[in-house]
Write a protein that binds this ligand. Structure first.
Ligand SMILES: [Zn+2]
Length: 299
């Protein structure tokens, strides 16, 4: 074998070895990186976490569920959801029983750290002995959820605590400004009576001190019985209730019947159960809600 052939063979060997190393590196599963994996349970929690982790190093955040699944009542975890949980370090839940699959999460990953965003919420509402878990539609509650999640992220991932704290401060400031607008521009709605046909909106109505009667409808998926409808119509006529709140995506049939019988106005609001994958979406949607609420009684 002459020298030239030897050089070519050696070079080829080196190239093959280098290519093999490269291929191995490329195929390395992502789990082997030192990234911190955060899984948020659903849309409102996902928006909070997106805001908090922006700029954090080696952190990956995903939502367990798709942004369009709506509320988690009776939600069944898919194989893909289980995969997300298996390699997660932190799972962030709304809490108050909304995630009724927590036992499955802990079975799939006993080391995952759980953050319960509802830990500092004290103004929970009850209906038929069940706690209403849709706390985020009150800006005040939502702000507490942001702060609780931020504190826990700092504790579990101190390397990024300065980022979490600064993101939290910025976000809370924006939320406080929005809350001040609600207080200032919606004072005329204080004590005003309304029927709320979406359990998620009752915290919003309460936060602006409206006097709401809320009817559990599973976000208007359940048809109300003739008896229930009759009782609501009687109450509305007796107490001169002229407003009906429903969620944007809700079915209109119950609300329409009530409106026809009482002359009440139907007010559609965004309950933040689904939406775009955009970290500003809570503020955008709540600003739109403010505009709609401001119009009440103006026409
Ligand atoms: Zn719900």
């Amino acid at each position: 074998m002459n020298k030239k052939v030897k050089i070519i063979l050696v070079s080829l060997c080196i190239i093959i070895i280098l290519l093999t190393i490269l291929a191995i590196q490329k195929n390395k599963p992502e789990e082997e990186n030192t990234n911190l994996k955060i899984v948020s349970s659903f849309y409102p929690i996902h928006i909070i976490t997106m805001n908090l982790v922006e700029g954090a190093q080696n952190v990956k955040e995903v939502s367990l569920t798709q942004n369009n699944v709506g509320c988690l009542h009776n939600y069944t975890l898919s194989t893909l959801d289980m995969k997300k949980i298996e390699n997660a370090n932190i799972f962030i839940q709304n809490g108050l029983g909304l995630e009724n699959f927590m036992d499955k999460i802990l079975q799939a990953n006993k080391d995952v750290k759980i953050i319960d965003s509802s830990a500092n919420i004290t103004n929970t509402l009850q209906n038929n002995e069940n706690v209403n878990p849709h706390i985020w539609t009150s800006i005040e509650n939502y702000t507490k959820q942001v702060e609780t999640i931020s504190q826990k992220l700092c504790e579990y991932n101190p390397e990024n605590s300065l980022i979490y704290k600064s993101n939290c401060e910025k976000y809370v400031q924006a939320l406080n400004e929005l809350k001040a607008k609600y207080d200032e521009q919606l004072a005329k709605l204080n004590s005003k009576k309304a029927i709320c046909l979406d359990e998620a909106l009752v915290y919003l109505a309460n936060s602006i001190k409206m006097d709401v009667t809320y009817i559990e409808t599973n976000h208007e998926e359940s048809t109300l019985s003739a008896d229930t409808m009759k009782n609501i119509i009687e109450k509305m006529n007796k107490e001169n209730i002229k407003l009906i709140f429903i969620g944007e995506e809700n079915n209109l049939s119950n609300a329409q019947t009530l409106a026809n019988e009482t002359g009440a106005q139907i007010i559609k609001l965004n309950s933040l159960l689904s939406g775009e994958n955009n970290k500003d979406e809570y503020i955008n949607a709540m600003t739109e809600n403010l505009e709609i609420l401001k119009e009440i009684g103006e026409k």
